[in-house]
Design a protein around this ligand. Sequence first.
Ligand code: IFM
Length: 464
Amino acid sequence: MSATDATPAARAAAEPQPFTPPPGFRFGAATAAYQIEGSTLADGRGESIWDRFAHTPGMVLNGDTGDVACDHYRRWRQDLDLMASLQIESYRFSIAWPRILPTGNGTVNQRGLDFYKRLAEGLRERGIEPVATLYHWDLPQALQNAGGWAQRDTALRFAEYARIVGAELGGVVESWITQNEPWCTAFLGHAYGTKAPGIRDWPTALRVSHHLLLSHGLAAQALRAALPDSAEVGIALNLFPVVPARDDEEHHEAARIRDGYVNRWFLDPVFRGAYPEDMVQQYERETGTAFDAPQDGDMDIISAPNDFLGVNYYNPMRVEPSDEAPLRVRDATSVGPVTGMGWEIKPAGLREVLARVRTEYQDLPIMITENGSAFDDGAVVDGHLDDPQRLAYLAGHLEAVGQAIADGSDVRRYHVWSLLDNFEWEEGYDQRFGIVHVDFDSQARTPKASALFYRDYIDRARKD
Ligand code: IFM
């Protein structure tokens, strides 16, 4: 029996008791521009590094691109109505820099700004709070041609973009995120080359990581200057609990390094104004290159106070030692169930990373900016799609949010990743993260059982 055809009494009995949302808490959903918008040539949009990367043979599974994606650029009104029908209270979207500044700087493209203004106003009209992310990986290709994030100047260009967008949308959007998952941009994009721009060079990746963090600090300054005092600004980091696969010294050492690479390399600069010394030494020793990107004053800009921290949480990382430079650590076999991405499922990991931020770094407001799972869902039948694994993942992680709040974490919002099945980067359309199914031929949207569960969960949380 599916979650959708059970009797109301049976469904109520099977459904978990929602946690009590603290005052002001919002349940939401998240997406990103290149993953859903399509219309990559419309209204003066410039080329981004993801257009270039996806159109390069061999970079994305099945040769998929974001040319059409969910056609959200044209269907946004329907998508907003859909969200409203699912009781969604907060929507995190990203702004495509190449729609605003097609060549990265210079002439502003008003039609790009108008799109996001209409979107934000449309959200407010439906009682949904907008959260805007400035950078979800779609750098204007023209800036990449000039060296991209490896160039310090790109951070300055980003601050200028932030100022322009802040000035235009400041009256409608209160919550702002500068960078999304700088770890992915820096290391997956520039050390492993699995994401755009597809560079494989560790010293470059390290320079990029610094310029991304600097761009966060500079953009936060620019936004604050352009926005009303009530606006809030933060950065979204993807955080992972790191677990040694065995309880011995070598495995603990591997876990320390992986933790330094994925978590501390970003948390320490933002909250303590310094890169972790053990990692600086490791990188310099292993790459034979000085980490000299930081200049005087940068760390003060990077560590200026944030109004909130955005946390993206998906999975823990289980690790073991390896010989591969520069990190000398690799993924170990997962324990227990995994998602379609092969990511281990551990809701308690969300509670863990939130406790860590609160106790080791800062007890500041938290926005869960992403949390979700991809599974091979099968087909829509008679307007229904059962996705019991995603539903269980969502229920488990909502419970963890409630526990984190009870622990004392000041969680203000939760955004499920993702509202829609969409372009999952180098996996193309193969991995479906949506609580809403998208038929990429007809563009029909069908809420999956997980979406209906979430709707009812929000409803019950509001009534209890
Ligand atoms: O789809 C991505 C998103 O763009 C960034 N965070 C992780 C998601 C799932 O891989």
